[in-house]
Design a protein around this ligand. Structure first.
Ligand code: GDP
Length: 332
């Protein structure tokens, strides 16, 4: 493993795929020396980032995400774009097993010169996985990828996490048996910039169209996030590659509107600040809980609180007091 950050920086800027992959491996490493190196590399690459269309895609398992990303990615590479696909899979953070799964996904895109696919980092908390994906996105941008797709599964909290790191969030749905709105969370609709009803092919076309109308009606009830954008509901077939180009046009239309109104740069600034707050919270928590005195005292104090011997406030105060010497004060 090379220790010189410039080696990686140059490799990434030269659009060397192997160096891109190695840099992401450093980002994903849990070794402090690797993390330190990764931070330096990202800092140096920062001036070369920010130029991609950052796109989030979610959908329940089976909605057709990988089929869609494959078709969509091929369309974009044919148009001359360079497409990076990253993933956040909340299931892999817990069990090591993953919903987004195996290497056989997106077979055609995987061997395309203009595409780069990286599976979800596994292990750690959702926040940790999100950090790795977010930093990997920056490195992909520096390596000249002008479209970065972050994929996640429509379960748990990962949708809002992904929405907070992209410019456009696409929710893939499939037509059900009349109960279209069942099973999807309102929170997902709130962060959607567009919904696409997938599998609108064969004898499913009518049902997809009905679902489209239902979702559109549901979206009308929500306050739009931006005064300049009402999230549309479209239909597509990832398998027969219909409606995919329409979705890309929608993304470009959104981008144009957000750019001229200044909303895109405001959104990215807001996301960067939110990210900084998150990293601070995360770092403080880590620092606190890794303190040896805290580690020793925590289980004892938890037991005392459980048994009603000590109040929760007093217990928290005692724990925070352990860090007084390190400059953290317990709140009054
Ligand atoms: P994911 O779990 O969301 O990534 O879904 P997949 O892309 O693996 O697709 C799940 C299943 O739906 C597979 O059998 C696909 O072939 C199928 N599928 C995906 N997109 C379409 C589509 O547009 N039309 C039809 N008929 N089937 C599709």
């Amino acid at each position: 493993m090379h220790k010189d950050p410039e080696y990686y920086v140059r490799g990434v800027l030269d659009q060397n795929r192997l160096m891109l992959a190695r840099t992401i491996t450093l980002i994903e490493s849990t070794l402090p020396a690797h993390q330190e190196l990764a931070r330096t590399i990202i800092d140096r690459l920062l001036p070369y980032t920010g130029n991609a269309v950052r796109l989030g895609i979610t959908g329940v398992p089976g909605a057709g995400k990988s089929t869609y990303i494959e078709s969509f990615g091929i369309l974009l590479t044919e148009q001359g774009h360079r497409v990076a696909v990253l993933a956040i899979d909340p299931s892999s953070t817990r069990s090591g097993g993953s919903i987004l799964g195996d290497k056989t996904r997106m077979e055609k895109l995987a061997v395309n010169d203009r595409a780069f696919i990286r599976p979800s980092p596994s292990g750690g908390t959702l926040g940790g996985v999100a950090r790795k994906t977010r930093e990997s996105m920056l490195v992909c941008e520096a390596a000249g990828f002008d479209v970065v797709i972050v994929e996640t599964v429509g379960v748990g909290q990962s949708e809002t996490t992904v929405a907070s790191m992209v410019d456009f969030f696409l929710v893939l749905m499939i037509a059900g048996a009349g109960d279209e709105l069942q099973g999807i969370k309102k929170g997902v609709l709130e962060v959607a910039d567009a919904i696409a009803i997938n599998k609108a092919d064969g004898d499913n076309v009518m049902r997809a169209e009905m679902a489209r109308k239902e979702y559109q009606a549901a979206l009308h009830l929500l306050m739009p996030d931006s005064p300049n954008w009402s999230p549309p509901v479209l239909t597509c077939s990832a398998l027969s590659m219909t409606g995919i180009d329409r979705i890309w046009e929608t993304i470009l239309d959104h981008r144009h509107k957000m750019k001229v109104t200044g909303e895109l740069s405001a959104k990215r600034k807001r996301q960067a600040l939110e990210w900084m707050s998150f990293m601070l919270d995360d770092g403080l928590r880590g620092w606190f809980f890794n303190n040896p005195e805290v580690k020793t005292a925590l289980p004892l104090l938890r037991r005392d609180v459980e048994n009603g011997i000590l109040s929760p406030t007093a217990a928290a105060g005692q724990l925070l007091g352990k860090l007084k010497g390190e400059g953290i004060q317990a709140e009054d």
